[in-house]
Design a protein around this ligand. Structure first.
Ligand SMILES: [Zn+2]
Length: 382
């Protein structure tokens, strides 16, 4: 592709609001006649009744398939088999980022359309035209890119507010990184996940996501503790899902997500949410950029208040564990990783130094701001 082409991509339709799930059937009817709904048992227990009623009201048949938990190549291929057997013409993911990534990948291979109804606002997976595929044990394996985004993304705000607040918090971590990474990509004029150079549109949406979160995240988190949908909650759901989704895809990823991918290579971080690991990537990227110390301080203070990890301790690591930090840094800097979209060259050594430095840095910032000491994270054994 010509090197100066800019592009922005997006889902066909985005729907959000309290009770939106009751309109799922109506919107799906515009896309296909035979939906295959994929959801794990926990999610199905929460929303199955409403989904069934909505599809039935729209005159659509209901085929539901269980999602097995990890968006691995094996799980994707299994879902392709189910799509073929049921003759479905639209695959519908209901659940979190893992379900959504598996269904997008399966829908693409099966050659049918796909739609997402995220039940949490914890990642920016729902709107994009790519899936992150993991190994069966949860290590990052590959990005798969598709020629189009979902035809429909439908978010019921009440369902999101009913979910544990930790999921919304993780989504804020994922979405804050969007602007840091889009800004770096714009500076280096590198290719985005959409396959061209960034547009001013993609970059601006990433920045808007950042502004909305700084203004509303703390209020939204308070409201969701009590499962209330307030205007701040609606704004944060939109920032986490739509703005960050468009912003990361058409604005570009850089160091924060590459470091996230690196973190998944170390068992001590397993079990943490995507957005928690991404936040460690964001702090590390700011250090590598040599960002103004007041910016770094503000980011550490704000994301600590949000409830995100800002130290190695909180993701199961230690600053003097050279071996683990080296493993993370090597994985984060493999050829093709988005860390090479930074406006300067990044080596594994640079990543090790930046990662090792954030422990003392973040502890100092937190102490001076009167924020709590980090609580160590201990991964469950496999
Ligand atoms: Zn992400």
């Amino acid at each position: 592709m010509a090197s100066k082409i800019r592009t922005v991509i997006s889902p066909g339709r985005y729907v959000q609001g309290k009770g939106a799930i009751t309109q799922l059937g109506e919107y799906l009817k515009l896309i296909g006649d035979t939906p295959l709904v994929v959801a794990d048992d926990l999610v199905w227990g929460l929303v199955g009744h409403d989904v069934e009623a909505s599809l039935s009201a729209a005159g659509l048949p209901l085929h539901r398939e269980v999602f097995n938990g990890v968006p691995s190549a094996k799980e994707v291929d299994r879902l392709v088999g189910v799509i073929k057997r049921t003759g479905a013409d639209v695959a519908v993911a209901i659940g979190g980022g893992s379900t959504i990534d598996a269904v997008k990948a399966a829908g693409f291979i099966a050659g049918i359309r796909w739609a997402n109804a995220p039940t949490v606002a914890s990642t920016d997976a729902p709107c994009s035209a790519l899936s992150v595929i993991y190994t069966d044990t949860g290590e990052f394996s590959e990005y798969r890119f598709f020629p189009r985004n979902p035809d429909l993304v439908l978010v019921d705000s009440q369902i999101v507010a009913n979910a544990p607040v930790s999921l919304l918090i993780a989504g804020v971590g994922d979405a804050l990184a969007t602007w840091l990474e889009a800004r770096a990509t714009a500076r280096s004029n590198s290719k985005t996940m959409a396959g061209g150079l960034p547009t001013v549109t993609g970059t601006a949406l990433a920045e808007l996501s950042w502004d909305v979160l700084w203004g509303n995240a703390l209020d939204a988190i308070d409201a969701v503790q009590d499962h209330q949908v307030t205007p701040a909650v609606e704004k944060v759901i939109e920032a986490n899902t739509l703005l960050s989704g468009l912003g990361f895809e058409s604005g570009g990823l850089a160091a924060a997500h590459a470091i996230h991918n690196g973190l998944t290579a170390v068992e001590a971080t397993h079990g943490l949410a995507h957005g928690q690991k991404v936040n460690i990537g964001s702090v590390t990227q700011l250090v590598m950029e040599g960002a103004p110390s007041s910016d770094i301080k503000d980011f550490i203070e704000f994301t600590t208040r949000v409830g995100l990890p800002t130290t190695l301790t909180e993701v199961g690591l230690k600053a003097d564990d050279e071996k683990s930090l080296r493993t993370i840094a090597e994985a984060a800097t493999v050829p093709g990783e988005t860390i090479h979209s930074m406006p300067f060259e990044v080596s594994a050594d640079d990543v090790v130094s930046a990662l090792a430095s954030i422990e003392r840095l973040a502890r100092g910032v937190r102490q001076r701001a009167g924020l709590p000491e980090p609580v160590p994270y201990v991964a469950a054994h496999h």
